[in-house]
Ligand binder design. Structure first.
Ligand SMILES: CC1=C(CCC(=O)O)c2cc3nc(cc4[nH]c(cc5[nH]c(cc1n2)c(C)c5CCC(=O)O)c(CCC(=O)O)c4C)C(CCC(=O)O)=C3C
Ligand SMILES: [Fe+2]
Length: 375
C-alpha cells in the first residue's frame, strides 16, 4: 500500500451524527433527548414536533446518513482502504455509545470520527466531543478497553464539500425564468445560534464578531459566489442569513432570519432568489421544513420566485473528501507530511480543538481535543 493510501494508525471510521425520529411514536422521546437540560421553551418543542408530524414523524436525517455510509463504504473499498465504517448518533438509535461498544468489541482501537457538521460551534463541534467523552466513560465503567478517538478537522472549505454546492447553485439558477436569472440573489443560510455561542465559537483567538462560526460560513459563501460568477458571468448579489432559531425571544441569536430576508429582497425589488443551505450537510428537517416548506411559502406569498439548492448529502466527491481527510490525518499521526486541501481565505482548520474552543455553558469533559481527559 502506498503511503498516501495508508489509513494507519486508524482501524475504523465512525460517522457521528445528530439522529432523528423514524416514526410518530419516536418524535416526543427524540425531542426529550435533544433538549435534555437545555431550557427550550415548550411552545418551541410543540412547534418542532409538528414539523416532524407533517412528515409522518420521520426525520430525513437517518436515511441521509445511511446513504452517506453506503457512499463512504463504496469509496473506501474502491480506494483499497480496508477499514470499516460505522455510524452512531447523539439523539437517536443507533446511539453513539452502542456503536462505540460494538466497535471496541470488534477490536477497533484507533478510530477516526467524522461529524455531520462542517463548522465550528458548540452544537456542531464541542457537543459531539462531549458525547464521545460520555460514551468512553460508559465503556470504561463497563470494563472495556478504551479506543483512541480522533475527530477529523472541520471540512466546510474542503473542495469535496464546496464543489457539489457550487453545482447545486448553478442548477437552481438554471431552473429560474431566464428573464429573472441574471439578477437573482443568493441567500446562503445556516442554523442560527445564540450570538454568545457564535462569538465564542472556534479557538479563543477567533472569539468575538461571530467567531469562527460566522467567519467560516462567510468564507464558504464567498467561494461559492465567486465560482458562480466565474461560471455564469453574472455577479449575483449575496448575503449570509439564518434559519431555525429557537430559544427565548429576548436572547439575541444570529440574524437576519431567511423569511425576513426574503421579505427585504422583495421590498428592494429583487427579481428572484436561490436559498443555499451551506450550514447543512444533507437534507435535514431544517431544510425540508424551514426552507422548503416555510420560507418557500413565504416567498410564494410575496410573489418572489425562489429555488432551494441541493445539499451535499451522499455525493461521491464528499465521500472522497472524507477519505482524504482521514488519510491526511493518518499521515500526520504517523509524523508524515500530507496535502491539506482547503478553498477560500481561512486555510485548513486545526486537527485538535485547542483549550477554550467552542466553550460549553457548563464545563464538561470533552474527548478528541487538547482538553481531553482521554489519551
Ligand atoms: C448549529 C446547529 C446545527 C448544525 C450542526 C449539526 O448539524 O450538528 C444543528 C443541527 C441539527 N439540529 C437538529 C434538530 C434540533 N435542534 C434543536 C435545537 C438547537 N439546535 C442548535 C444548533 C444547531 N443544530 C441550537 C443552538 C439549538 C437550541 C438549543 C440546543 O442547543 O439544543 C432542536 C430542539 C428544538 C429547537 O429548538 O428547534 C432540534 C429538534 C437536527 C436534526 C434535524 C433532522 O431531524 O433532520 C440537526 C441536524
Ligand atoms: Fe470546536
Amino acid at each position: 500500500m502506498s503511503d498516501q493510501h495508508d489509513p494507519a494508525p486508524y482501524d475504523a471510521l465512525l460517522l457521528l451524527s445528530f439522529g432523528g425520529p423514524e416514526g410518530p411514536d419516536d418524535v416526543v422521546p427524540f425531542l426529550e433527548n435533544v433538549t435534555r437540560g437545555r431550557g427550550i421553551p415548550k411552545e418551541r418543542l410543540k412547534e418542532v414536533g409538528q414539523h416532524y408530524f407533517l412528515f409522518g414523524g420521520v426525520s430525513p436525517i437517518n436515511d441521509q446518513n445511511r446513504a452517506l455510509l453506503d457512499a463512504l463504504r463504496t469509496d473506501f473499498a474502491a480506494a483499497g482502504l480496508g477499514i470499516p465504517v460505522h455510524w452512531g448518533n447523539r439523539n437517536w438509535a443507533p446511539y453513539l455509545t452502542d456503536t462505540l461498544r460494538e466497535m471496541v468489541t470488534d477490536g477497533r482501537r484507533h478510530i477516526a470520527v467524522l461529524t455531520t457538521s462542517a463548522y465550528a460551534s458548540y452544537s456542531g463541534c464541542r457537543q459531539y466531543r462531549e458525547n464521545l467523552a460520555d460514551a468512553l466513560a460508559t465503556l470504561e465503567a463497563e470494563g472495556l478497553p478504551l479506543p483512541r478517538v480522533d475527530k477529523l478537522r472541520h471540512y466546510f472549505n474542503h473542495p469535496g464539500f464546496v464543489e457539489p454546492m457550487i453545482e447545486g447553485v448553478l442548477a437552481s439558477l438554471a431552473e429560474l425564468d431566464p428573464a429573472l436569472r441574471a439578477g437573482a440573489h443568493l441567500a446562503f443560510t445556516t442554523h442560527s445560534i445564540p450570538d454568545s455561542a457564535a462569538d465564542s465559537s472556534g479557538p479563543v483567538t477567533e472569539h468575538g464578531d461571530g467567531g469562527s462560526y460566522v467567519r467560516q460560513h462567510l468564507d464558504v459563501a464567498r467561494v461559492i459566489a465567486d465560482a458562480v460568477r466565474e461560471r455564469t458571468g453574472n455577479d449575483h448579489p449575496w448575503e449570509l442569513v439564518y434559519q431555525s432559531r429557537s430559544g427565548a425571544p429576548h436572547i439575541p441569536w444570529l440574524e437576519p432570519d431567511i423569511c425576513d430576508h426574503l421579505e427585504a429582497l422583495h421590498v428592494a425589488g429583487a427579481p428572484a432568489a436561490v436559498m443555499v443551505p451551506i450550514g447543512f450537510v444533507s437534507d435535514h428537517m431544517e431544510v425540508l421544513y424551514d426552507l422548503d416548506t416555510e420560507a418557500t411559502a413565504k416567498a410564494a406569498e410575496l410573489g418572489l420566485p425562489v429555488r432551494r439548492s441541493a445539499t451535499v448529502g451522499a455525493d461521491p466527491r464528499f465521500a472522497a473528501a472524507v477519505r482524504e481527510l482521514l488519510l491526511e490525518r493518518a499521515a500526520h499521526e504517523r509524523g508524515a507530511r500530507a496535502e491539506r486541501c482547503a478553498l477560500g481565505a481561512l486555510g485548513p482548520s486545526h486537527d485538535l480543538c485547542p483549550i477554550g474552543c467552542c466553550p460549553a455553558r457548563a464545563e464538561r469533559p470533552a474527548a478528541a481535543g487538547a482538553d481531553s481527559p482521554y489519551a
